[in-house]
Design a binder for this molecule. Sequence first.
Ligand SMILES: Cc1cc2nc3c(=O)[nH]c(=O)nc-3n(C[C@H](O)[C@H](O)[C@H](O)COP(=O)(O)OP(=O)(O)OC[C@H]3O[C@@H](n4cnc5c(N)ncnc54)[C@H](O)[C@@H]3O)c2cc1C
Length: 461
Amino acid sequence: MKRIGIIGAGFSGIMTAVNLINKSDSSIEIFIFEKENPIAKGIAYSPYSKKQLLNVPSAKMSAFKDLPDHFFNWTKSLDQYKDVDDSILAGAFLPRYLYGQYLEFVWNEALVTAKSKSIQVKILRSNIIDMVRKDSEIELIGDNNEVFIVDYCVLATGNLVPRNQSIENMDFYESENYFQNPWKIESVENLNKNENVLIIGNGLTMVDTVLALQERNFKGIIYSISPNGYHILSHRHAPIKYNKLVEELPDVIDLKTIRNLIVKHVRSVRKLGVSAEPVIDSLRPFSQNIWKNFSIKDKREFLRKYRHAWGVARHRIPIHMNDFLLKLMFSIKLKVFAGTIKSLKENNGIIEVSFLEKNSKTLEKIFVSRVINCTGPESNIKLSDSQLLKNCLEKGIITQDEFCLGFNADPTNYELVGKNGEVQRNIFTLGTNLKGIFWESAAVNELRSQAENLANYISQN
Ligand SMILES: Cc1cc2nc3c(=O)[nH]c(=O)nc-3n(C[C@H](O)[C@H](O)[C@H](O)COP(=O)(O)OP(=O)(O)OC[C@H]3O[C@@H](n4cnc5c(N)ncnc54)[C@H](O)[C@@H]3O)c2cc1C
């Protein structure tokens, strides 16, 4: 009997289990550990607002690589979408809570299959805080001291809470008016509607937070501060499939050459009134390979110079959401600054935010009553709040890549590579933990393939 422990019941953990169930017989036993989120939904698909949307059109959100219409067909089976034109529905950005319901459906079907095959599946509400290797067995230790023994372990721990940004007075982060976790409803509740709010960061979570504040009839000004203050982009040219760049793409390419290629192609489409979007999108199937073949120097330079611009180009929002943000900006309800926060000083519930404005290079001040951290998931374990990952790092079970983007692992089967380059037999990971290896390793598109590959490997070895 193979005992398989999966830590984390978000998309990655659950889809690993679904694929294991589909590929195996009664010779496996699956234990799934989840510390806080609804099973199968994880952080992304258990949003606190029904208005928060997927950032990928529904046609591209199937949980299964080989069944590309699986999610689309499921949505078609729902009353609210059955009469919608297929092409409109396929291109729509549907609510994330709905995708959570879809994953619940996928999971329930897998449980039926498991029962029919007599595969034992146990879901445990437990925060795993440590791991001990004992010969071929692995002991997983819960925060209530319970010990679970498995033969295979999958770290599907997903998105870590954003890190506190470095400021002069780090003690501010103890304030009850500071919200480090933007995915919890508390971050937008119990707020004086007429006071102002600072959102640190300017990406997709900022958009979710702005939406949630507006939903609560918030009347104050929402400030957003990020290093570059780039305006978030919308999906303007989704139907255009651009092929010209990839025709010129060699198997291995350095940063300078790919940068020049992109600039050349973006210039050429812009002359015809088309944005960079289709050019950037055309690289998506190749970006993992490009990143893998970059030298360390190229990776470092990319992270220093282009990381934020790439993030903006890649992570876009539906047009109607963009219009909504623009309206808020025109009516001065949303102000986006480029700059670096120097200090956050609180007095009687009023927080003075001092930041160095990027363009004017002057020290500016704004006043808010709440600060919400929307800087994105943390990737450096040492700066995270995960006791499990910190313990594994200390023991050398996990090691991180040079830039602390993720864990070192075998790129073919995702088995961890620990201290001194030692392969950690039968301890695997997937998802954002593989960002250092693949760069693009967070969206459903990547995770569904990883979950399937991993299940294939475990069921055959
Ligand atoms: C707000 C948001 C929106 C997104 N929207 C999209 C989108 O529209 N389309 C898209 O393709 N991708 C989207 N993504 C990317 C998203 O990360 C993936 O699609 C996917 O949800 C990641 O799933 P995961 O299981 O790897 O991680 P998570 O969803 O983070 O799940 C990990 C789970 O592990 C649990 N866990 C962690 N440590 C432990 C422990 N020690 N013990 C027990 N349990 C533990 C956590 O509680 C959590 O539930 C979004 C991400 C976020 C954060």
